[in-house]
Ligand binder design. Structure first.
Ligand code: HPA
Length: 247
């Protein structure tokens, strides 16, 4: 079983194993360069592949080459992928440090290369009614429940994937809430849609790092987001290790 992990802000790797660059990968794809050369390590029976979404160059969310990243993970033989996100909380129940396994998303991003579909391709319209893989979500939730207190674990959530890189206005967050979104981030799409196009089972694992705009006290600072994401990385690592043990 080969599990790809797409690391976001705060999660630059996973401890407890000897990581090495994935054999044969130079990071190049027919869609251009991926964010980084994926690293590989073994956890029991699981071969993990880790890809740092923002790379060593710190590529901002709107400039990430999502097509190259997903293509490369598929090419390297990933059987499934777990995408890690640092998100803002729209729903006050998702306090800073809480872990969310989203079950739905709304895509507000624009201008990103978001599809592998070509004019002469075999199929244009993939089903996306359930954007995350049900079986992988269930495993992730079970893994999370084994190491995260129930009050801090949200088994569902609606991820608003915004364009960034700026944060939202308070009115924009109000609109996202009216739309039914509970968390907001900048990297949820087109990643999930591209994985679906390549039939790569995909699930998200989010850590809440700030109350969304207008929901907390005062301005949101990037330093605070990074610090909270780094604090959340220990929980994310524990969940992923528990996931690997369950596979
Ligand atoms: N909005 C959008 N993306 C984010 C946020 C936020 O409040 N926090 C972390 N990523």
């Amino acid at each position: 079983m080969k599990v790809a992990i797409i690391g976001g802000t705060g999660l630059r790797g996973l401890g407890g194993a000897a990581w090495r660059p994935a054999a044969g990968a130079d990071g190049q794809t027919p869609y251009g360069a991926a964010s980084a050369i994926p690293e590989t390590a073994t956890f029991g029976t699981v071969d993990a592949l880790f890809l740092d979404r923002h790379g060593a160059q710190r590529i901002p969310p709107h400039r990430v080459n999502y097509r190259a990243n997903i293509w490369l993970l598929r090419e390297l033989g990933a059987d499934c992928a777990v995408a890690v996100y640092a998100v803002g909380a729209i729903d006050a129940a998702c306090g800073t440090g809480h872990i969310i396994v989203p079950d739905q998303l709304i895509d507000y991003s624009w201008g990103r290369e978001h599809t592998f579909v070509e004019p002469d391709g075999p199929a244009w319209h993939v089903d996306f009614g359930e954007p995350y893989d049900g079986a992988l979500r269930e495993r992730l939730i079970r893994a999370a429940a084994s190491c995260i207190e129930a009050e801090r674990l949200h088994r569902q959530g609606v991820y608003a994937s915004v364009q960034g890189p700026r944060l939202e206005s308070a009115a924009e967050v109000d609109r996202l809430e009216r739309d039914g979104c509970t968390i907001v981030g900048m990297t949820g799409m087109p990643e999930a849609g591209l994985a679906r196009e390549l039939e790569l089972p995909f699930a998200g694992l989010a850590v809440s790092v700030n109350p969304a705009a207008g929901r907390g006290a005062g301005a949101i600072s990037e330093a605070d987001i990074k610090a909270a994401a780094e604090r959340g990385a220990a929980d994310i690592e524990n969940v992923l290790q528990a996931l690997f043990r369950s596979l």
